[in-house]
Ligand binder design. Structure first.
Ligand SMILES: *Cc1c(COP(=O)(O)O)cnc(C)c1O
Length: 438
């Protein structure tokens, strides 16, 4: 098939994320990727500002990660995890236990972030059931969250923003309170957590766990919040005997400047979900870690087992590349790299704030966000970014960057320049169409 034939076939037969088979969204065929560059079949080389949905932190085609997969594939690509085990999984479990909070001592390997969230929720519900507490069956969470697309995960995603509105009548009903609104570096007021406190006070007898993304709400709005909120939340969860589930699928492994975002608050969750970055963006793998209290509590009656077991659980190729990715990260100057990225993002994106269409510009770690007053026209903006030699995929009102940590100053500059230029053009379009923003 020629390039055009490939594309036609794709548009006719293959769903892409959140797309329609009647009005397929345009896609760009990729031939290869190396370092921070994605090369299209048509020859253009794009600087990657997305890390392929935030996962590919070391860039593409990394020799150490390639080697890990090559070495493992010669031994075994996969064996079932029921009744069998293997070194890559044990090595990875040990790494994760050593790197995370002291209380987290048990690992469940899942095959995607959404599944890790499902398993985390199951852990919490099963824990209380095994304690003989049949009342604690609800979750408490905040608006603007995103935890994945499966039914359990959907039930805690933002009901409006979370892309799952049409399923609302068949989702478990949980309790939502306002999203954290405290900016970092601003004085703390107890009002910031008042709704959460009231919800815990009034409903703790029916709440199994609080689930939240620490420090950054990601796909639900790219919102940053202060560490004090997490400290207060952790204290409240203990006070009201409610488990705390932290979803670090997006923030884990350095993205916000610390290895895990919860470390900025000096707290420890009862259950921790990780994914995306776990394999350096090479393969699909996620995990839920939990404490001895929860792990043993699930089997408190001596018989209870955690009711989950994916076919490809702890896939050896994925575990091997995850081990290599963690080694590469820890051997690098990741803290310094992320600090530099943060400084450059802040410095270079700030001028976007001059544009009328821009509502807010914010940066944290290797995340730079330009929030607009209105949603972008992706079918115009996406090809425009490609013309400018960058891969940036806005969603809704957000144009943002989450580049690989290895990005160099000139490459990052190309990304921020492209955002500024495209937003200047977008601003002009809105002006000439005398949009209601002006
Ligand atoms: C992406 C994401 C998920 C879902 O992960 P998948 O691998 O896409 O299922 C869950 N939580 C957060 C915070 C995420 O960013």
């Amino acid at each position: 098939m020629t390039n055009d034939e490939l594309l036609t076939y794709d548009q006719k037969h293959i769903w892409h994320p959140y797309t329609s088979m009647i009005h397929p969204s345009p896609v760009f065929p990729v031939a290869s990727a190396e370092g921070v560059y994605i090369t299209l079949e048509t020859g253009e080389k794009l600087v990657d500002g997305m890390s392929s949905w935030w996962a590919c932190i070391h860039g593409y085609n990394h020799p150490r990660l390639n080697q890990a997969i090559n070495d493992q594939v010669k031994k075994m690509s996969h064996v079932m995890f029921g009744g069998l085990t293997h070194r890559p999984a044990i090595d990875l479990a040990k790494k994760l236990i050593d790197l995370t909070a002291d209380n987290l001592q048990h690992v469940f390997f899942a095959d995607s972030g959404s599944v890790a969230v499902e398993v985390s929720i199951k852990m919490a519900l099963q824990y209380w059931a095994a304690q003989g507490n049949t009342k604690k069956q609800k979750l408490l969470t905040v608006y603007n969250g995103y935890y994945g697309d499966t039914f359990g995960a959907m039930s805690v995603c933002d009901p409006v923003n979370g892309m799952h509105g049409m399923f609302s009548h068949m989702l478990a009903e949980h309790i939502f309170v306002e999203a954290p609104a405290c900016a970092e570096g601003v004085a703390w007021h107890d009002e910031y957590i008042e709704e959460m406190t009231n919800a815990l006070h009034n409903h703790h007898q029916e709440i199994a766990a609080v689930i939240i993304e620490p420090m950054v709400q990601n796909a639900g709005g790219m919102r940053f919040y202060c560490a004090e909120y997490l400290r207060q939340l952790s204290r409240l969860c203990k006070q009201y005997d409610v488990l705390l589930i932290l979803d670090e699928i997006a923030t884990g492994f350095g993205r916000t400047g610390t290895l895990f975002a919860y470390q900025q608050a000096g707290i420890a969750p009862d259950i921790l979900a990780i994914g995306k970055t776990l394999t350096g963006g090479y393969m699909t793998l996620a995990a839920s870690l939990t404490s001895k209290k929860v792990a043993q509590g699930i089997s408190a009656d001596g018989r209870g087992v955690l009711m989950h077991g994916p076919t490809f659980m702890a896939n050896p190729l994925a575990c091997s590349v995850a081990n290599a990715s963690i080694d590469v990260l820890l051997a690098s100057n990741w803290q310094q790299n992320i600090k530099h990225i943060e400084q450059q993002l802040c410095k270079e994106l700030v001028r976007c704030a001059e544009l009328d269409v821009v509502k807010d510009v914010r940066c944290k770690g290797a995340i730079g966000v330009v929030e607009l007053h209105c949603p972008v026209d992706i079918n115009w903006m996406q090809p425009r970014f490609v013309e400018l030699g960058v891969w940036i995929r806005p969603f809704g009102k957000l144009v943002y960057l989450m580049p690989p940590y290895i990005i160099k100053e000139a490459e990052l500059n190309k990304l921020t320049q492209a955002i500024y230029q495209v937003l200047v053009e977008f601003n002009q379009q809105l002006r000439s169409s005398s949009s209601h923003f002006f």
